[in-house]
Design a protein around this ligand. Structure first.
Ligand SMILES: [Zn+2]
Length: 148
């Protein structure tokens, strides 16, 4: 996983796969206050990665509040399955997966979660073939973390 922290410490960008290779506990000690975390580029998360991630969350100083942006579907499913996955953090926006039923093209529009209660079943015409892009997930399952 690639880690980039802005000079002022307010913005963190995480990208790439999350696995046993990632030790983020040193990063946790560098953070303070509200930090916006862009996880839009986070790829596969394996079970060892989840374990390491939970150590990271546990190691965060009390003052830290992480605000997660552009959470991809893989990140959201961990959020829904793993209790305490983001600790005291909150989610600001998610990338909602849509697929074209006709040609397989996909799109992941970023949606803010603050007024979000449901997901539209379609997302405009496919840029490649013009068919309507269809929602790839069950809205209730995808948004389960909002009930927590
Ligand atoms: Zn298409």
């Amino acid at each position: 996983m690639n880690v980039a922290l802005s000079a002022d410490g307010r913005a963190l960008t995480l990208s790439g796969p999350l696995s046993e290779k990632d030790d983020l506990t040193r990063l946790a000690a560098q953070l303070s206050g509200e930090v916006r975390v862009d996880v839009g580029g986070v790829g596969r998360i394996n079970s060892a990665g989840v374990k390491g991630w939970m150590s990271f969350v546990a190691a965060l100083p009390d003052s830290v509040q992480l605000v997660f942006e552009r959470c991809p579907a893989g990140f959201v499913s961990q959020l829904n399955m793993v209790a305490g996955f983001i600790g005291k953090g909150r989610v600001a926006s998610v990338a909602v997966p849509y697929t074209c039923p006709s040609c397989g093209e996909s799109a992941d529009p970023i949606v803010s979660v603050s007024p979000l209660r449901d997901l539209p079943a379609t997302h405009g015409p496919c840029p490649r073939c013009g068919a309507m892009l269809e929602l790839d997930v069950s809205p209730d399952e995808f948004l389960a973390f909002l009930q927590g």
